[in-house]
Ligand binder design. Structure first.
Ligand SMILES: Nc1ncnc2c1ncn2[C@@H]1O[C@H](COP(=O)(O)OP(=O)(O)OP(=O)(O)O)[C@@H](O)[C@H]1O
Ligand SMILES: [Mg+2]
Length: 264
């Protein structure tokens, strides 16, 4: 069954006004994409391609001007309060800018536990043990549980946000450049954790990235975005360098080799 359907979604913004001519920006044009239960879909594209805009539409933070976003078959615009409550328990997001998405005055345990406290599924006594085990899962030291965000590095904060997203056993996680700022070892560790969780729980992922290496091997399908449109969809990225899609070729060829040759 399809968990999420993006059906011919178009999103426009307007720039300027007052003293300059109002200019239309087509951030997304006619985007169609589906994520099935237990599936992983990647969205890759260069900066400004429209990836984060798509993420915001999926989360219902904004609505498309045309087309629809459906979760479990229902248009987000038709959601009742009860539907939103269920959606917020089932759909979690991790953004790249982790510092901007945590409350600086909260201890780590409260940040990670926020979705748990909003869910009726967990009793009060379960919260702390769950937070400690989540910290351990994402490679953080559980003894840091009462520290504050400014006491962590960017990569550690990113893992705190990943732990928060995993806390309520969601059905869909939108990861917008969520692992891009992590060092390679931690990145591999988190990707393995996400994959293991998928096998265990059947959670679905929508992986947004400009880095083809992160989605290669992880996603069943990858949509290539270019200037607000999907230029192609591929299942196997191993042949990306020879693809007919010039955007995909460019993304594949822009990867640095593991040991870049330094100019003399
Ligand atoms: N609120 C907004 N108002 C006006 N234009 C916007 C707004 N949000 C996004 N845009 C424009 O839409 C386009 C797509 O932006 P978006 O942030 O979705 O790109 P992206 O693919 O996520 O880029 P990056 O890889 O740099 O994060 C850009 O041209 C951006 O300037
Ligand atoms: Mg973005």
């Amino acid at each position: 069954m399809n968990l999420l359907e993006i059906d011919k979604a178009t999103r426009r913004y307007y720039r300027g006004g007052w003293f300059s001519r109002r200019e239309e920006v087509k951030a997304l044009t006619d985007i169609s994409l589906t994520v099935r239960e237990g599936g992983s879909v990647g969205v890759i594209g260069r900066s400004g391609a429209g990836k984060s805009t798509l993420g915001r539409l999926i989360l219902g933070l904004e609505h498309p001007n045309e087309g629809a976003i459906r979760y479990r078959g229902k248009d987000l615009r038709q959601f009742s309060r009860q539907d939103w409550r269920q959606f917020r328990g089932e759909v979690q997001v991790v953004f790249q800018n982790s510092l901007g998405s945590v409350n600086p005055r909260w201890q780590i345990q409260d940040i990670i536990a926020e979705p748990i406290r909003n869910s009726s599924r967990w009793s009060k006594n379960d919260v702390l043990p769950r937070v400690l085990s989540l910290m351990d899962m994402v490679g953080l030291d559980p003894s840091d549980v009462d520290k504050y965000p400014h006491q962590f590095s960017g990569g550690q904060l990113q893992r705190i946000c990943i732990a928060r997203a995993l806390s309520v056993q969601p059905r869909l996680i939108v990861l917008d450049e969520a692992v891009s700022s992590l060092d390679m070892l931690i990145q591999a560790q988190i990707l393995k954790l996400l994959r293991d969780l998928q096998q265990e729980t059947g959670v679905s992922y929508l992986f947004i990235s400009h880095d083809i290496r992160i989605v290669a091997g992880f996603c069943d399908e990858v949509a290539i975005m270019d200037r607000g449109r999907i230029s192609s969809k591929v299942k196997d990225l191993s042949l990306a360098k020879k693809s007919n899609d010039p955007v995909l070729r460019q993304l594949a060829n822009s990867i640095l080799p593991a040991w870049p040759r330094l100019a003399n």
